[in-house]
Design a protein around this ligand. Structure first.
Ligand SMILES: Nc1nc2c(ncn2[C@@H]2O[C@@H]3COP(=O)(O)O[C@H]4[C@@H](O)[C@H](n5cnc6c(=O)[nH]c(N)nc65)O[C@@H]4COP(=O)(O)O[C@H]3[C@H]2O)c(=O)[nH]1
Length: 723
């Protein structure tokens, strides 16, 4: 339990506490030492006085001994008298052997009734005298001294035998005066020393407390300013110096931790609001900024354009070229997007390959369209990622505040719908939101849901379209073309669902089914001893570049037992260009296995024959749009002529697609085209019907004879997905 004083002292400021301690210690030391000095002085004085009185008493005793022996007081008095001349002797008594008063001498005019023997009559009894002597004896050492008297009692001996006693009373005032003087000196010394101590302790406490108070001040300053970079200067090398070192070390650690904390906070802030890959604002920040922009735009009656950008077939790039390349591409795309908009606009990455932009104060739809156009144009230049060059396009959807939506969610949803519409229009374009798109979007969602289960439910069928050799008129191969027997919408043509399958990633599953079914069918024809005919399978540009294309083809060939020379792979020009090296390697491996490689829709893509020689291509299929127009347009005719000439120089087989008329057939024959495919020979039909073409007959002759009806066969082509 603490005493109240202790608590008070503990709560005193450090300076006062130090002063109190130093002054307390000094005062106590001074007091004790002065007391010791005074006591010692008193003892010396007292001893001197006593020794003097004893020697005086002994001298009186010696000189009075004969007088005592002869019982004659007079000589004794004569002995005493000169002694009493000493000013401080008050009384001298000589007692005889019997203890009775023998001589009494008192200084003239001085009666001290307080002295025990003073009051005794000369005839006092032996006991009275003895009692008085006993008092003297005791008081000699105690009270008589303090009351101003000093007394001694000494025996008087003669020849060794005590013959009397001498008692001397002296005035102790001299001694007391000396003692007082000593006390005064001591007190004076104490006072002076105390003053010196005061000054000294003030200085000393300052020496101790100043560094501590300095540390305290620095601590307060640092805690107020939060500036942990500050340091205190060490004032000395003692423990306080160590305290300063420790304080500085602590500051250093706090500073480091503070820095780490700040960095982590900034990092968290960055993570919370920015996309770590592209460093663009993320969904949260975009929503926040857009909400603010809408708020201001509403007050200022301004329009805001919200743009949704989605890279076309990004998933396939990721799958085929790896996620690292995908990431690099996204970074490059993010960099390019920033170049189109103003600094007050925001470009964000919502996730995956989805980017959003909002542009403030957009005058009208035309201006918004201009921005969107610029965004689409950004993708015209290929992206250079390390050593390879990647071509990627983007579909862009645009929506305007307040015309197409009032809230962030509404605007983003509509921009997304517009973007899907752009994809539906063939990608690499932009679309401005229109309310009618909503209907289309919901149809698309339903179709996507149906597509997910179509493979499992066996809703796909393959149709086959023969390719005929222009010289022999015989079927060389059949192209397998997928159809979807949709339970509600009827038979759907590939253009209604292939893109959807590509965008949803289901193309891989669908292609696997097509490949397996086509190979099984070809094997069945082979086993039925029909004339050996190749079966061609379309590989989606993005599916083709999957790392496991070769393995999946090999697995299907192995599983079905089909001879690889009876398989043909059709890929588009764009598929060739997406990853030159990888594509080239896979194609070469497939070709080495005996598989025929055809480039489909040739002329619509890069139309550059210069790169073709790098790829192991067997066949070029001239796109049907050129064939369709070649009889009407001299330009298309020239293109067809050029393609045939160059392909021949590269020793490639040429197939003309979409041949519908005998005129086209004749023109192609004249130009040296090798094969044709089109409604003139047959529209795509099921396996059973196409097998009828696997004969040695000249199918061109047969068609020539019935040219007119077949030329009209365009009418038999799929209409809205129905054959
Ligand atoms: N107007 C006209 N058209 C003709 C004529 N001859 C053939 N066609 C049509 O042209 C398309 C030829 O296939 P493609 O160029 O590979 O173009 C194909 C192909 O790129 C894609 N496709 C079809 N099946 C598959 C498949 O299994 N996988 C992939 N990835 N794509 C496929 O869908 C596209 C369209 O296929 P289809 O609708 O079956 O349309 C077929 C065929 O019906 C003609 O004389 N006149």
């Amino acid at each position: 339990m603490r005493r109240p004083g202790e608590k008070f002292i503990r709560n005193l400021p450090l300076q006062r506490k130090l002063m109190l301690i130093i002054m307390g210690c000094c005062t106590a030391t001074l007091f004790v030492s002065s007391l010791f000095f005074v006591a010692r002085e008193a003892k010396v004085l007292y001893r001197n006085q006593q020794e003097y009185l004893v020697s005086l008493a002994d001298m009186i005793g010696r000189n009075s001994a004969p007088a005592l022996a002869f019982n004659d007081p007079k000589p004794a008095l004569d002995t005493i008298r000169p002694v009493t001349e000493k000013g401080n002797i008050l009384a001298v008594y000589i007692l005889n052997k019997d203890g009775r008063l023998f001589v009494r001498y008192q200084a003239a005019g001085q009666v001290h009734t307080a002295l025990p023997l003073e009051g005794l009559p000369d005839w006092a009894s032996q006991d009275q005298v003895a009692e008085a002597v006993r008092q003297v004896t005791s008081e000699a050492y105690t009270s008589s001294f303090l009351s101003g008297y000093a007394s001694v009692v000494r025996p008087i001996r003669l020849d060794g035998e005590q013959i009397g006693t001498v008692v001397i009373h002296a005035n102790a005032s001299g001694f007391l005066n000396s003692l007082r003087w000593n006390v005064l000196v001591a007190l004076g010394f104490m006072a002076v020393t105390f003053l010196v101590f005061c000054l000294f302790s003030a200085r000393l406490q300052l020496m101790i407390s100043a560094p501590l108070l300095g540390l305290l001040a620095a601590m307060k300053e640092i805690s107020a300013s939060k500036n942990f970079a500050l340091r205190v200067t060490k004032p000395c090398d003692d423990e306080i110096g160590l305290l300063y070192d420790g304080f500085n070390e602590m500051l250093h650690e706090i500073e480091e931790r503070d820095q780490i904390l700040r960095q982590r906070q900034a990092h968290l802030q960055q993570l919370a609001h920015y996309d770590p890959l592209t460093r663009l604002p993320n969904r949260t920040l975009f929503y926040d900024r857009l909400a603010q922009a809408l708020f201001h735009a509403e007050r200022a009656r301004e329009a805001v354009a919200v743009i949704f950008i989605d890279l076309d077939h990004f998933k396939d790039i990721n799958d085929t070229l790896g996620h690292r390349t995908g990431d690099l591409l996204l970074i490059e795309v993010a960099g390019r997007l920033g170049t189109v908009v103003r600094s007050c606009d925001t470009v964000a990455r919502l996730g995956g390959d989805e980017f959003t932009i909002f542009c403030q104060n957009v005058a009208n739809e035309e201006n918004a369209a201009l921005v969107a156009q610029k965004l689409v144009a950004l993708f015209a230049t290929p992206f250079r990622l390390g050593s390879s060059e990647i071509r990627v396009t983007a579909s862009v959807g645009v929506t305007l505040f307040p015309h197409h939506g009032k809230t962030v969610d509404e605007l983003l949803m509509n921009a997304d719908i517009a973007m899907y519409h752009a994809k539906g229009c063939g990608k690499n374009v932009f679309a401005l939101f229109d309310k009618r798109m909503n209907e289309h979007a919901s149809e698309r969602v339903t179709l996507l849901a149906d597509l997910r289960q179509a493979v499992e439910l066996g809703q796909f069928v393959l149709h086959y379209q023969p390719k005929v050799d222009l010289l022999t008129g015989k079927v060389t191969s059949v192209e397998s073309l997928v159809r979807w027997m949709h339970p509600r919408l009827g038979m759907l043509a590939p253009d209604k669902f292939i893109r959807l399958a590509e965008e949803s990633g289901m193309i891989a599953e669908l292609t696997a089914w097509v490949l397996r079914t086509a190979c099984l069918q070809a094997k069945a024809w082979q086993d039925a001893n029909l004339a050996p005919v190749r079966v061609a399978v379309n590989l989606s540009p993005f599916h083709f570049q999957r790392q496991d294309v070769k393995q999946s083809v090999c697995a299907v060939l192995e599983a079905t037992g089909l001879d690889p020379t009876l398989l043909e792979i059709e890929i588009t020009e764009s598929a060739l260009m997406q990853n030159d090296e990888y594509t080239c390697r896979v194609l070469r491996e497939l070709r080495e296995m005996g598989i025929t490689i055809s480039v489909d829709d040739f002329g619509t893509g890069y139309s550059s024959l210069s790169y073709l020689h790098r790829f192991p291509i067997n066949t070029l299929k001239i796109d049907r749009t050129f064939i369709l127009n070649m009889m009407k347009s001299s330009e298309d005719q020239a293109i067809v002529t050029a393609i045939i000439a160059m392909a021949k120089s590269l020793k490639m087989q040429i197939v003309a697609e979409g041949v519908e008329s005998v005129d086209q057939l004749e023109a192609l024959k004249d130009q040296g085209c090798h094969e044709i495919q089109g409604f003139l020979v047959s529209r795509p039909v099921n396996a059973e019907r196409v097998a009828r073409f696997f004969t040695d007959e000249d199918h061109l002759q047969l068609q020539n004879s019935a040219a007119q009806p077949l030329a009209e066969g365009t009418a038999q082509h799929l209409v809205n997905g129905k054959a």
